[in-house]
Design a protein. Structure first.
Length: 475
């Protein structure tokens, strides 16, 4: 993408389950140990209606259509893609980091290792190895890494990983989720002497629904995704009761007891906060966070999530793919203070009830997904894997599209046109050629040149060396 078209794109008005067997397989759905689950009864007619509570069909205006048409628009009916294998030998590559101000690119492996991606493939030496503190099993591991916007000068990385239960985590919980600042030599091949500063240590009751994605926004703040704590239905150990009596649970709708089921926004360049807690927080809280000055944990930026698996920005738009339980997978544009419905709703549909409210008791309306697909629909699938907007012209017909996938790849990717009127139609992108994409898609990346990468594995346990990285290209 040239500079002018890129700028135009960024100017666009913001519009608003098998998973890795018993391991990564439950990124999305519930682990086999969850026990029986009542099936979802769909009481809604879908996006943009009040039918969940009234049976009506009035279109929602909460996510307006972009009025600007000067950004690139994809031709998804014609788009076809190929993939080029650029690295292999990973266990379960989940994340991709391309620090601003550098020409370096890194791949994050769930086992706790961050490796550089070079022209020759995976570097022989890991930049960062946290495997001595990372706990694996279920959906635990090193789950996300983001580079500080000034990484080239500061060497600061932000990491989300699972570790053994620490102080403050009950004995009957699965693990502690750590968000830490790690400082490395930004030019080193291997960070032998790195420093680590813990920012958050969040008790996690079950081993799944950990989310773990991190992303810096154009505002310079760090956005941090947390799932609902795991298990099924947002109930059980570690899941609080909320206002919705029809369905037990849950953390998704709670704003005061824990940080689970939410996307947080914090200022990693400051200390203390503006929520009356003094200077005991090792980070700042942006004054514009929606719960500042209100009842609730002021780190929270948006809530009502089950397992938001991957975050990415395109301009000021924050994309979050939230993994469903038994019926629906959803893609969201994250709004400040937005409530995305879990566990009242799954996608835009009532969860475990024929009808459900369209608003909270205080009158706040749930935000509908901008796109969703059913497990038993034409697309099929079990767990949505969030991706990126294609900002380069590497595949011209794809430029401007948001590209993502389902965990069970079936040799295909998905794409939507963010310039269309929500709910966006999901198009299938068959992967052309003889290259095997891999059985399971775990994540995506966007490189320094804007190229998109797909991170996959064939190993249902996620502990072998079948993980691969592919670059998306023309067929």
């Amino acid at each position: 993408m040239n500079e002018s078209s890129s700028a135009a794109f960024l100017r666009r008005r913001r519009f608003l389950q098998s998973g890795l067997a018993v391991g990564l397989a439950s990124i999305a759905g519930c682990a086999a140990t969850d026990g029986p689950d009542d099936s979802d009864t769909d009481g809604s007619t879908g996006y943009g209606t009040d039918s969940a509570s009234t049976g009506g069909s009035t279109p929602s205006t909460r996510i307006p259509t972009p009025a600007d048409a000067d950004g690139p628009r994809p031709d998804l009916e014609s788009a076809r893609v190929g993939v080029e294998r650029v690295a292999s030998g990973f266990s379960a590559p989940l994340d991709f980091v391309a620090p601003a101000g550098t020409d370096r690119q890194f791949v994050v492996d769930r086992v706790g290792v961050v490796s550089e991606l070079t022209d020759a493939g995976r570097s022989d030496t890991a930049l960062l190895d946290l495997s001595d503190r990372v706990v694996l099993g279920g959906e635990r591991g090193l789950l996300g890494v983001a580079a500080h916007p000034e990484f080239a000068d500061t060497g600061r990385l932000y990491v989300r990983y699972s570790t053994s239960p620490g102080g403050g985590t009950p004995d009957n919980y699965s693990h502690t989720a750590v968000l830490a600042e790690v400082t490395v030599d930004p030019e080193a091949d291997a960070a032998d002497d790195f420093t680590e500063r813990t920012l958050l240590a969040v008790p996690q009751p079950q081993s799944n629904h950990n989310a773990g994605a991190l992303a810096f926004g154009p505002d310079g703040y760090l956005y941090v995704a947390f799932g609902d704590g795991g298990g099924a239905n947002d109930v059980g150990t570690g899941h609080v009761e909320d206002w919705y009596d029809a369905v037990a649970g849950g953390n998704g709708q709670d704003l005061t007891e824990n940080l689970l089921g939410s996307i947080l926004r914090i200022d990693v360049d400051e200390r203390g906060g503006v929520d009356g807690s003094g200077n005991d927080k090792p980070y700042g809280i942006p004054a514009s966070n929606p719960l500042v000055g209100r009842e609730g944990l002021s780190e929270q930026y948006a809530w009502g999530f089950r397992n938001p698996w991957r975050l990415s920005f395109a301009g000021s738009d924050l994309y979050a793919a939230d993994v469903g339980q038994d019926a629906w997978e959803e893609l969201n544009i994250v709004e400040r203070g937005g409530n995305y419905g879990w566990n009242v709703r799954e996608g835009a549909h009532c969860f475990r009830e024929d009808t459900c409210p369209a608003t909270t008791p205080t009158g706040e309306q749930f935000v509908d997904p901008v796109a969703e697909y059913a497990h038993d629909g034409d697309l099929g699938g079990v767990s949505i894997i969030g991706g990126y907007v294609a900002e380069s012209d590497a595949v011209p017909d794809l430029q401007g599209a948001y590209v993502f996938a389902d965990y069970v790849a079936k040799g295909r990717l998905f794409a939507v046109d963010p310039g269309a009127t929500p709910p966006w139609e999901i198009e299938t992108l068959p992967v052309a050629g003889e290259t095997d994409l891999g059985r399971y898609v775990l994540g995506f990346g966007r490189g320094q040149a804007g190229d998109l990468y797909v991170l996959t594995t064939d190993d249902p346990g996620g502990e072998g060396d079948d993980g691969q990285v592919f670059r998306i290209s023309e067929p």
